[in-house]
Design a protein around this ligand. Structure first.
Ligand code: C2E
Ligand code: MG
Ligand code: MG
Length: 707
C-alpha cells in the first residue's frame, strides 16, 4: 500500500472515529468498553466518563473498581460474569447518586464483545441510559395510587370509582352504607345503587361529566333509601377517564333538618304545632272540608288570669300548667271519641288540629263535620277538664279557660276569619265572667267594634278623670246604726251620662285600664272618709271594690299603705271588698298581703259571697271580717226556698267562723225581716238607701244624724 493510500485510509479512519466520537458523545447514553483480559476501560464516551468524575482520557486504563468503586464493582460482578459466560447481553437497573448526591435511576445494558463470531468474548460494552425521569414518574404514580388507596380507606365517607358508569372500586364506608361487599359492586352500574327517584338526575350528571356536589339518595341492600350528598370528580388514571364519587351519608343532617323543621313548627314547651304550622294545616283542612262539603269548628281557648300564675308562682309553674293544659286538651278530645291531636310528627288525615299560639292561647280545629251539639259537648268538657285543680308544690291551683267557638262555613271561610270570630266569641266569654264558652254570633262583631270605640273613649276618660263615686250605706239589722259605706264607681260620660260600672269595668279590666281607675277610687274614697271622720259626719269605714288585676298586682299592699299615708287616713277608715275568685288564686300571696293590710286596722269583706267556691278551709285561713251575701240570694226572699237555704247556710257559716254577715240588695221590709230573723248582722240595699252621689250622700248622712 502506498503512503498515499495509507494516508488516505488513515484519514478515512480518523473521520470514522471522529464521527463515532461525535455520535457517542451525543447519544443520551453513557457508553464504555472494558477489555476482558486486564479488566480495564478501553473506551468511554464523555457522558460515561463524567458520570464517574473522569474525562475521556483519564478513564482509559482504569479498572471497573477504580471507575465505579469497589462496592459497585462487587455488586455488578455477577452480571458481568454472566454476560461473559453466556455470551449474551443483559440488562439491569441501578440507583446511583450523581456527583451532587441526587439519586439517579440508571438502566444498564451489558453486551459481550465477540470480534470473531462465537469465540470467547474479549470485552464488554456498557450502555447506560438515565431513566430517572421515567422512574420518578412511575414512583409518583405508585405513590399517588397508594395515597389514594390510603385515603379511600381512611375516609369515613363512602368513595366509589367508576368507569363509564360501571363500578371499579369502592371503599369500606361505602360498602357499609350500601350493605354490599366489594365483589358484589364491581362491574355493576352505579345507577343500580341509586334510589329510583334519583336515577334520572344522576344519569344526567354522569352524561354531562359535571364536577359538582348535589343531594341525592342511595339504595341500601335491604331496599330502604338513604339521604346522601354526591361529590363528583373526574380524573385521568393510566390514560383513562375515571369518575370518583364521594358519597356522604346525610342521615344526621336530615335528622337535624327534621328537628329544625319540627322546632320551627312546634311549640317547644308543649310539643304542639305553633301558629305557623297551624296556619298551613288549617288551610289544608279547610280546603278538604270545602271539597267534601263538610263543616269545621274552630275553638279559641284563652286561660283566665294565667299571667297571675306566672307572676305569683313563677314561670316554671306557669310552664307546667301550660303543659298540663295541652295534655288535658288532647285527653279530652280522645275521651270524646275524636281522632284527637296527632301524637308525634305526622298528623292523621282527618285528625283534629290542636295548636298553641303562644302565651296562654290554644286553638283547636275540630275536623270531620262536627255537629253543633258535639262541638258544645267538646267545649263543655274542655272547660271542666282544663279548670280542674292541679297540685303544684303542695298548692292547689286552678286556671279556668274562656272558649270562643266559630263554625265553618257559618262564621267564616278562611282560617283568619274563623280565628278572628272565635277570638271575639272568646272575649265575650271573658266579659261574661270568664270560665265559660260562647259561640260566635254576628252581633258580637258589631259590639266588638263598639267596644273598641268604647275602649279608646275609656282611655280618654281615665286621662280626663271622668269618674265619680256614689256611696251606699250599710246598716245594722239590730238597731239601724250605720255600720259602713260602700263606694261605687260611675263613669260620668259627657254624652251617655252616668255609665254604671258593669258596663265598663269588665272592659277596663281586660285592657288593664282598671289600674288607674282603681287607684283613683282608692284615693277618692279615702279622701271622703278622712273628711267625714274629721267632720264627724260618719265614723265608719268606707268600702271599696277591688278588681282582680289590681289586687294581684305585685306591691298592692304597699300601694294601699302609701294611699293611707298620702291622704292622712288611718287603716280603720278603709274596708276592702274582694271576691271569692281573687282569694283562690295565689293563696299564699293573698294571705300575706291581707295580713299586712289587716295590721293597719283595715277590714276585709268577701263580696258577692255564695257565687264562688270558697272552701271552708280557705276561709278559716284568711283574715276576713265580713261576708256579703250575694244579692241574687236575697232578691227572691223570702218566698224562694232554695235562696233561703243558701242565705241561711251562709249566715251560719259566718257565725261559726265569727264573721259578720251582710245581706246585699235588701229592697223590702220582708227581706230585711227575714235577714234579721235568720241572724244576719247588717244589710245594704235600696231599702236602706240607694247609692248616692257624694253631695246627696252627705246630705243623707246629715239628715240621719239630725233625726
Ligand atoms: P257590688 O260590689 O256587689 O255592688 C253592689 C251593687 O248592687 C251596686 O251596683 C249597687 O248599686 C247594687 N245594689 C245595691 N243595693 C241594691 C238593691 O237593693 N237592689 C239592686 N237591684 N241593686 C242594688 P253597681 O253600683 O252598679 O256596681 C256593680 C258592681 O260593680 C259592684 O258590685 C262591683 O262589683 C263593681 N264596682 C263598683 N264600683 C267599683 C269599683 O270602684 N271598682 C271595682 N273594681 N268594681 C266596682
Ligand atoms: Mg261591692
Ligand atoms: Mg256585691
Amino acid at each position: 500500500m502506498s503512503d498515499d493510500a495509507v494516508a488516505r485510509e488513515l484519514a478515512a479512519l480518523r473521520a470514522t472515529v471522529a464521527q463515532f466520537a461525535l455520535l457517542c458523545n451525543n447519544v443520551p447514553a453513557a457508553i464504555a468498553y472494558y477489555e476482558r483480559e486486564h479488566n480495564t476501560c478501553r473506551y468511554a464516551n464523555r457522558g460515561y466518563a463524567e458520570m464517574f468524575g473522569q474525562t475521556e482520557a483519564s478513564i482509559i486504563g482504569l479498572s471497573v473498581a477504580q471507575v465505579i468503586g469497589e462496592e459497585a464493582a462487587a455488586w455488578i460482578r455477577p452480571q458481568v460474569d454472566q454476560v461473559l459466560r453466556q455470551r449474551q447481553g443483559t440488562r439491569y437497573e441501578r440507583r446511583l447518586p450523581d456527583v451532587s448526591g441526587t439519586p439517579r435511576y440508571l438502566e444498564v445494558h451489558l453486551l459481550p464483545h465477540m470480534p470473531n463470531g462465537d469465540d470467547e468474548p474479549v470485552g464488554a460494552f456498557v450502555l447506560i441510559s438515565d431513566i430517572t425521569r421515567h422512574r420518578e414518574a412511575a414512583i409518583a404514580l405508585r405513590d399517588s395510587e397508594e395515597r389514594l388507596a390510603k385515603f379511600m380507606h381512611a375516609s369515613a365517607e363512602g368513595i366509589v370509582f367508576h368507569r363509564g358508569g360501571f363500578i371499579t372500586d369502592a371503599n369500606p364506608p361505602l360498602l357499609a352504607l350500601l350493605g354490599h361487599t366489594l365483589p358484589e359492586l364491581l362491574g355493576r352500574s352505579t345507577l343500580e345503587f341509586v334510589a329510583p327517584s334519583q336515577r334520572g338526575r344522576v344519569a344526567e350528571v354522569m352524561a354531562a361529566g359535571d364536577e359538582i356536589s348535589y343531594d341525592s339518595a342511595v339504595l341500601h341492600r335491604d331496599g330502604h333509601e338513604l339521604p346522601v350528598e354526591f361529590i363528583v370528580r373526574t380524573m385521568q388514571y393510566q390514560g383513562e377517564r375515571l369518575r370518583m364519587t364521594i358519597v356522604r351519608d346525610m342521615r344526621d343532617r336530615a335528622e337535624a333538618q327534621a328537628r329544625i323543621h319540627h322546632l320551627a313548627h312546634h311549640d317547644a314547651l308543649t310539643g304542639l304545632p305553633n301558629r305557623l304550622a297551624f296556619d298551613s294545616r288549617a288551610q289544608a283542612l279547610l280546603a278538604r272540608a270545602q271539597a267534601q262539603g263538610e263543616g269545621l269548628a274552630l275553638l279559641f281557648i284563652d286561660l283566665d288570669h294565667f299571667k297571675r300564675v306566672n307572676d305569683s308562682l313563677g314561670h316554671p309553674v306557669g310552664d307546667m300548667l301550660l303543659q298540663t293544659v295541652a295534655e288535658r286538651i288532647g285527653a279530652t278530645l280522645r275521651a270524646q271519641g275524636r281522632p284527637g291531636p296527632p301524637v308525634g310528627a305526622a298528623p292523621a288525615r282527618d285528625a283534629d288540629l290542636v295548636a298553641r299560639f303562644g302565651g296562654d292561647e290554644f286553638v283547636l280545629l275540630l275536623a270531620g263535620d262536627p255537629a253543633p251539639a258535639a262541638v258544645q259537648a267538646v267545649a263543655a268538657k274542655l272547660l271542666a277538664a282544663i279548670g280542674a285543680p292541679l297540685q303544684v308544690e303542695g298548692v292547689s291551683i286552678s286556671v279556668t279557660p274562656s272558649i270562643g267557638v266559630a263554625l265553618y262555613p257559618a262564621h267564616g271561610d278562611t282560617p283568619a276569619a274563623l280565628l278572628k270570630h272565635a277570638d271575639i266569641a272568646m272575649y265575650r266569654a271573658k266579659l261574661n265572667g270568664r270560665a265559660a264558652w260562647r259561640f260566635f254570633e254576628p252581633a258580637m262583631a258589631e259590639t266588638a267594634y263598639a267596644e273598641l270605640a268604647m275602649e279608646s273613649r275609656l282611655a280618654q276618660a281615665v286621662r280626663e278623670g271622668e269618674f265619680v263615686l256614689h256611696f251606699q250605706p250599710q246598716q245594722s239589722l239590730a238597731d239601724g246604726r250605720l255600720l259602713g259605706i260602700e263606694a261605687l264607681v260611675r263613669w260620668q260620660h259627657p254624652e251617655l251620662g252616668l255609665v254604671p260600672p258593669d258596663q265598663f269595668i269588665p272592659l277596663a279590666e281586660a285592657r288593664r285600664l282598671i289600674l288607674p281607675i282603681g287607684q283613683w277610687v282608692l284615693l277618692e274614697a279615702l279622701r271622703c272618709a278622712v273628711r267625714w271622720h274629721a267632720s264627724g259626719l260618719a265614723r265608719v269605714p268606707v268600702a271599696i271594690n277591688l278588681s282582680t288585676t289590681q289586687f294581684h298586682l305585685p306591691g298592692f299592699a304597699e300601694t294601699v299603705e302609701r294611699a293611707l299615708h298620702d291622704t292622712g287616713a288611718s287603716g280603720s277608715m278603709l274596708e276592702l271588698e274582694l271576691t271569692e275568685r281573687m282569694l283562690m288564686e295565689d293563696v299564699v300571696g293573698v294571705r300575706a298581703a291581707l295580713q299586712r293590710l289587716k295590721a293597719t286596722g283595715m277590714e276585709i269583706a268577701i263580696d258577692d259571697f255564695g257565687t264562688g267556691y270558697t272552701s271552708l278551709a280557705l276561709l278559716k285561713h284568711l283574715p276576713v271580717d265580713r261576708l256579703k251575701i250575694d244579692r241574687s240570694f236575697i232578691t227572691d226572699l223570702p218566698g224562694d226556698a232554695s235562696s233561703a237555704a243558701i242565705a241561711d247556710a251562709i249566715i251560719r257559716l259566718g257565725q261559726s267562723l265569727g264573721l259578720q254577715v251582710v245581706a246585699e240588695g235588701v229592697e223590702t221590709v220582708a227581706q230585711r225581716e227575714w235577714a234579721r230573723e235568720h241572724g244576719c248582722d247588717a244589710m245594704q240595699g235600696f231599702f236602706g238607701g240607694e247609692p248616692m252621689a257624694q253631695a246627696d250622700f252627705e246630705r243623707w248622712l246629715a239628715l240621719r244624724d239630725a233625726s
